[in-house]
Structure formats: C-alpha cells, structure tokens
Design a protein around this ligand. Structure first.
Ligand code: IMP
Ligand code: MG
Length: 179
C-alpha cells in the first residue's frame, strides 16, 4: 500500500487532534438531548469509532449503507439504500457521520429521506469537505478538514474498496488508477 501513496494530505496526528475538538463541540452541543449517531458505511467507520469515544454523553448508534450509482471516483446522485436504519428516529437528535461531502448529492438525498421520519433534528458531521465539486447545497454542522478537489483515500475512504485502513488521508499515485 505504501508504494501507491503520492503524498499524505492529513496526518494521523492532525486527524486525532481534530477528532478530539469535534467530540468536545458535540458534547457541549448535545447535552440533555437524545443523540442518535448515524454512520454512513463504510466510509465512516474509522472516523466514527474514534469520534464517539470523544463524545462524553449517553448516545445510541445506528448505521446505513447507501450506494450512489456511478464510477469508482465519480458519484451520480442516484442513491440507493442498501441497508436502512434498524430503529425509528422520531424525536431523536440525529447526527449523520460521513467520511466526505463531495457533490453533496448523497447527503442531500439522505437528509430529505431522514427528515420525513420526524426526528427532532438532523445535523451532519463530516471528516472532509470538498466544496469545489458541490452540486447540492448541504449544511454541514461539523467539518474536520476542507480539502481541494483531489481524490483522497485512507481513514475510511477507499479506492475500489482498498486503502480504508490507512490511519491518515492521502493522495494516490496516478498509475494506481490505470491498473
Ligand atoms: P457525494 O459526491 O457528496 O455524493 O459523495 C458520495 C461519496 O463519494 C462519499 O461518501 C465517498 O464515499 C465518495 N467520495 C467522494 N469523494 C471521494 C474521495 O476523494 N475519495 C474517496 N471517496 C470519495
Ligand atoms: Mg466510497
């Protein structure tokens, strides 16, 4: 894996520092609320597991698997729910955990879908924000890092399902995409 890396964009230390900060903010903001953390698999898994340890409140967790039709590096905006939430979210304070908001199409679809289920609130926490390619406006309450329009992997993000287990966020060498 290491040989495929062109450059590290966000180091493990930077990520861990940011995760602590966001966890503290969420802890402040959700005191006395009924927090339900909703992870969007699989990209959220490393971020979510580190983040929930920094939220010093009682909370529940649920997960969704969504697939946006398209190629490996481009999303089409047509979203399919592969796995839905296990429980109802009525009156809950839902916090969606995402790896990255790119076009925003996946999230705007998800937000609309979840809002029809009458939660008390729905907010978004994303490790990365890539605003250059935004097609649908989404309000992201908690953003880890705003990044330029480059395809990144690591810390949950994949290319063809590989590289998710890297502890940092990085850019791959161009030849990796030609294989
Ligand atoms: P959207 O374009 O905002 O709908 O992004 C949907 C999904 O595309 C994200 O949840 C990621 O799984 C994937 N994605 C977008 N940009 C990147 C990237 O730079 N690296 C890896 N996955 C990405
Ligand atoms: Mg993906």
């Amino acid at each position: 894996m290491e040989k495929d890396i062109l450059k590290i964009m966000i180091s493990e230390e930077e990520i861990q520092k940011k995760v602590k900060e966001i966890g503290q903010r969420i802890t402040e903001d959700y005191k006395g609320r009924d927090l339900l953390v909703v992870g969007i698999l699989k990209g959220c898994m490393l971020f979510l597991s580190d983040l929930v340890k920094e939220i010093k409140l009682p909370l529940t967790m649920d997960f969704m698997v969504v697939s946006s039709y398209g190629s490996a590096t481009k999303s089409s905006g047509v979203v399919r729910i592969i796995k839905d939430l296990e429980r109802e979210i009525q009156d809950k304070d839902v916090l969606i955990i995402e790896d990255i908001v790119d076009t925003g199409l996946t999230l705007s679809y998800l937000m609309e879908n979840l809002k029809t289920r009458n939660p008390r609130s729905v907010k978004v926490c994303s490790l990365l924000d890539k605003p250059d390619r935004r097609k649908a406006a989404v309000d992201i309450e908690y953003v880890g890092f705003t990044i330029p329009d480059e395809f990144v992997v690591g810390y949950g993000l994949d290319y063809s399902e590989v590289y998710r287990n890297l502890p940092f966020v990085c850019v791959l060498k161009p030849e990796v995409y030609m294989k």
